[in-house]
Design a protein around this ligand. Structure first.
Ligand SMILES: C[S@@+](CC[C@H](N)C(=O)[O-])C[C@H]1O[C@@H](n2cnc3c(N)ncnc32)[C@H](O)[C@@H]1O
Length: 278
């Protein structure tokens, strides 16, 4: 007997079991108060280097009108919120990370923007802090929320015209193949990806469009930098990671171009999941 998929439960278990596995491997929860503080520099750089043809931005740009309000859930350093601001009347950017909110405020000041409001809050618990929007976006901010039903309902309730969401097509560490199993004795629990998002939306009565696009292609300055990143993915503490072994194992998985190391293959694909409200 093949059971129907309970998408909301699948999402919940994926998030909880993935987190529990990382905590188990690490020997306890990560200590950082603000989990995102260490990633701010990378997200500020991504924001500074955004281009008009980046697929999610191009989709957003085509969806907005000059008089619109855009709500960005999990805005981070403002990769999309700051870049779309010159094309719309108002942007509301909500994010729970103090470090990301600070980066947003810096970005607003650097660009001299006067139409972006930053709200420090967690979705959907703090959804009451923001009003409705013509277009709502949420880019790569859902991987850590176990209760995706209320998260998506709150987006839908606040969206007057169109919701545009994006997630990876593969888990962030899928390219590691069987390395987690060889090193840790078990495969890495996957994270929720674009297909899970389509399923979760269908479970709350929304049938979205899905478009698969080339996402952000991550590159590294050296094998040492990549090995340190893999150590984080595998929840090794920075001073106790088998870096020599990791370097040896990951070298065949990357190719060198323009003095940098690139993860080629399907790993960069992202899904753009969207729906329109009447
Ligand atoms: C990978 S970053 C993406 C940032 C931005 N959307 C972008 O694409 O550059 C994920 C962001 O989601 C935020 N986030 C995580 N859980 C969230 C939640 N429940 N509500 C709102 N934001 C959340 C984090 O604080 C972080 O800034």
């Amino acid at each position: 007997m093949i059971e129907p998929i309970d998408w909301l439960d699948r999402w919940r278990r994926t998030v909880i079991e993935r987190q529990a596995q990382a905590d188990r491997w690490r020997g306890g929860p990560a200590r950082e108060d603000d989990f995102w503080a260490g990633s701010v520099a990378r997200f500020r750089e991504l924001t500074a280097n955004m281009t008009d043809d980046e697929p999610f931005f191009a989709t957003l740009r085509a969806a907005v009108r000059p008089d619109d309000t855009v709500l960005d859930v999990g805005a981070g350093a403002g990769r999309y919120a700051l870049t779309i601001a010159p094309y719309v009347r108002r942007v509301v950017a909500i994010d729970p990370s103090p470090a990301m909110c600070e980066a947003l405020a810096l970005g607003i000041a650097d660009r001299g923007l006067r139409n972006v409001e930053v709200v420090r809050g967690r979705w959907p618990d703090d959804a009451g802090l923001v009003g409705s929007a013509d277009v709502t976006i949420c880019a790569h901010a859902m991987y850590w929320s176990p209760e995706i039903g209320p998260f998506l309902r709150a987006i839908n309730e606040r969206t007057r015209r169109e919701a545009l969401l994006t997630l990876r097509v593969h888990s962030v560490d899928a390219w590691l193949g069987d390395l987690p199993k060889r090193l840790r004795g078990e495969g890495r629990v996957p994270e929720p990806v674009a297909l899970d998002l389509v399923g979760a939306l269908s479970a709350i009565g929304i049938w979205p469009d899905l478009r698969i696009v080339p996402g952000y292609l991550r590159s590294y300055g050296s094998l040492d930098e990549l090995a340190a990143h893999v150590a984080t993915l595998l929840a090794f503490p920075p001073d106790d990671a088998p870096l020599d072994f990791l370097r040896e194992q990951i070298q065949p998985l990357v190719s060198e171009r323009e003095g940098r190391l690139w993860l080629d293959g399907p790993w960069r694909l992202a899904g753009i999941v969207s729906w329109r409200n009447a």
